[in-house]
Design a protein around this ligand. Structure first.
Ligand code: TNX
Length: 534
């Protein structure tokens, strides 16, 4: 237990991800009881919830925490839509931002300052502080801040093991606490189907109960899916749904035998192999299935993106794969959404042109007279992806040429390099949970990387952002999940938010130890890696 005379931490010791600018002021403010004022009632309620979760209570006529709409907020000259300025003086707090997202970010920063005051520099409760009635002190400061990238998220597999609405809300809260703004849900795979599709009821009737090793499945009803999106939207987090095709489809072919050449449903599957299942482009039942599913998903989705997977189809020729990529983009854009796919949708050097030509009439077909032998430098051949399609980069092994070609065609990239951002990788060889095919990923590995230098030659303007990913083959429950996310999610969040020059491992080590005080208070599981002096 630390016994320092004041619990009010120096702000630079508390904020994750590290902000753009911190200017210490004079004096200390006690936030035991606050009065929250905000442009609208929902924002006021959320701000109050964030502060009460850090130990404050809300009362009329107490210390003012005022959230105001202000176009001049943020770092000097910034036009970033998520920018904010947090000002703490001895008399009260102001959060100024042009948009609601910035107001919430400012409150999240304030919450970390309050936590730091309670938990002290080593994350242990500061004596007397945090007890009912004890001071909750924050030093005067001005923080001006904005994110480096617009897409900061987590990709979460709720198929291999099922995580229901309560777990999903806890994950929304967690990603929000590190100012992340996307939660990508992997909703279908070989083992199960996790979202009600009104036009195709058998998907959940027949395939929702499966999971790895006979574990209990489940699914989100259309109402639960809407409620989850609303819960996330209140926190300025967009849910990005993924229906994975044309591989990872055994749950679909189990529910609808018509998707198989034999007409027979496949057996259910509860193993953890990948790459063996596929749709068949030339079956007359295939395109109607894709149209039904993606049209329903697009209609049910509040956010602008729909992810169609496209990863690891190890049993399909590139030409057939390319046709699926082109078709899925057509359906999703036709339904008014922006397509997202795993990096494989960038295509390979071979087979793409035939696929594009075969779907003549699509914009992607222009230029399809180019050679189809694969011997085409990037930039000359037509790309499979349409302008605006978002590609999620995960496998760092392949030749980057198709990615550069996709970027030239207008694709955007979200970076999820498996050896850094895959939080289902074991921390060390001895770690009891997780996989190890990509790497052992310790906290420092998740921290020390720059999204802009992963793919040589890719312009930073093509990078939409960063997503951590957590696959759940070995993760059975919320404790397993959180012990893989924490502390590494905070490291990935800093790679997504903070400028490379502002990042510092030694500083992060100190900040994460403070942050752990809040995890312990909240009962959140985390891995006490020896890289940190907890
Ligand atoms: C690869 S990464 C997959 C997933 C697995 C994961 C396990 C990617 C797009 N596909 O199907 O769950 O590895 O780490």
């Amino acid at each position: 237990m630390t016994t320092v005379s004041s619990g009010a931490a120096v702000v630079a010791d508390a904020i994750i991800p590290v902000p753009v600018q911190v200017q210490p002021g004079e004096g200390v403010l006690d936030l035991r009881t606050v009065t929250v004022d905000a442009p609208d009632a929902v924002t006021a309620r959320l701000a109050a919830e964030l502060l009460t979760s850090a130990g404050a209570s809300v009362a009329d006529g107490a210390v003012p925490v005022t959230l105001t709409s202000d176009a001049a907020a943020g770092p000097e000259g910034s036009q970033n839509p998520e920018r904010y300025t947090l000002t703490v003086t001895a008399d009260g707090v102001t959060v100024a931002a042009p948009e609601r997202s910035g107001l919430l970010h400012g409150v999240r920063t304030l919450r970390q300052l309050v936590n730091a005051g309670r938990f002290g520099a080593d994350g242990d409760a500061v004596e007397g502080r945090g007890e009912p009635g004890a001071p909750l002190e924050v030093r005067a400061v001005v923080v001006r801040d904005e994110p480096r990238f617009g897409w900061r998220g987590l990709s979460f597999d709720i198929v291999r093991h099922w995580f229901g609405p309560a777990d999903l809300r806890a994950v929304v809260d967690l990603v929000g606490s590190y100012k992340m703004n996307r939660l990508h849900l992997h909703l279908s795979d070989d083992q199960g189907w996790r979202l009600e599709i009104p036009s195709r009821p058998a998907l959940t009737e027949k395939s929702s109960q499966g999971a790895v090793s006979g574990a209990t499945g489940g699914f989100l009803t259309a109402d639960e899916y809407r409620e989850l999106q609303e819960y996330a939207a209140e926190r300025e987090i967009v849910i990005v749904p993924e229906i994975d095709v044309p591989g990872h489809v055994n749950a679909a072919t189990h529910a609808y035998g018509e998707l198989m050449p034999s007409g027979e449903p496949t057996d259910s599957y509860d193993g953890i192999e990948v790459g063996f299942s596929k749709l068949h482009f030339d079956l007359p039942t295939t395109e109607p299935f894709l149209r039904d599913v993606f049209t329903d998903v697009a209609r049910m989705t509040l956010g602008p993106w729909v992810h169609f997977g496209g990863d690891e189809v190890l049993v399909m020729q590139p030409e057939e794969f390319g046709r699926f990529v082109v078709l899925c983009q057509q359906i999703i854009t036709g339904a008014g959404k922006t397509p997202v796919a795993w990096q494989e949708a960038a295509g390979s050097a071979h087979g793409d042109q035939a696929a594009v030509a075969a779907l003549a009439g699509s914009e992607a077909g222009s230029g399809s007279e180019a050679a189809d032998d694969g011997a085409v430098a990037h930039g000359e051949a037509p790309a499979l992806v349409e302008p605006g399609t978002v590609l999620q980069y995960w496998d760092t092994r392949p030749d980057p040429a198709p990615f550069l070609r996709a970027a030239q065609a207008g694709a955007k990239f979200v970076m999820s390099p498996a050896d850094k951002a895959y939080l289902d990788m074991k921390y060390t060889p001895e770690h009891p949970l997780g996989q190890q095919w990509a790497a052992f990923v310790e906290l420092h590995d998740s921290y020390d990387w720059d999204p802009a230098t992963l793919i040589e030659g890719l312009p930073e303007s093509a990078i939409e952002g960063v997503s951590a990913a957590v696959w759940t083959e070995t993760l059975l429950n919320r404790d397993d999940l959180f012990s893989m996310l924490l502390p590494r999610l905070a490291a990935v969040a800093e790679a997504a938010w903070s400028q490379p020059g502002a990042k510092d491992w030694e500083s992060f080590r100190g900040r994460i130890a403070v942050e752990a005080g809040a995890w312990r208070r909240d009962g959140a599981s985390y891995h006490p890696t020896p890289q940190i002096d907890w």
